[in-house]
Write a protein of this length. Structure first.
Length: 101
């Protein structure tokens, strides 16, 4: 049950990240006839916390792209946690085995 919840939350975070990244690209480049918007990356900021608080060392030209990649780090951490909780690759933790063999 916990594994299923973990997978659902990770999938939900991934969908939110893709939507926010799409809005960033559309607003930043004015795609589909949209006006360029300086606040296009606003939805990416909370998804990238706490990592986007530590990007002071990034040159200003790369700042939007690094900030857009930070939610990917959170997504990778969530996926790693779910994978480790699921017992993938560990003997005796397979779904079909009872561990008595």
């Amino acid at each position: 049950m916990v594994i299923k919840i973990c997978r659902i939350l990770t999938l939900g975070f991934g969908v939110a990240y893709l939507l926010a990244l799409g809005l960033f690209l559309i607003g930043n480049y004015g795609l589909f006839g949209q006006a360029r918007d300086p606040l296009a990356g606003l939805f990416l900021m909370p998804l990238g916390l706490p990592w986007n608080r530590f990007i002071d060392w990034v040159p200003e030209g790369l700042l939007p792209w690094v900030a857009a990649a930070m939610p990917g780090l959170n997504l990778a951490i969530l996926a790693l946690i779910c994978w480790r909780r699921g017992g993938a690759g560990r003997p005796g933790r397979d779904r079909g085995s009872s561990g008595n063999a």
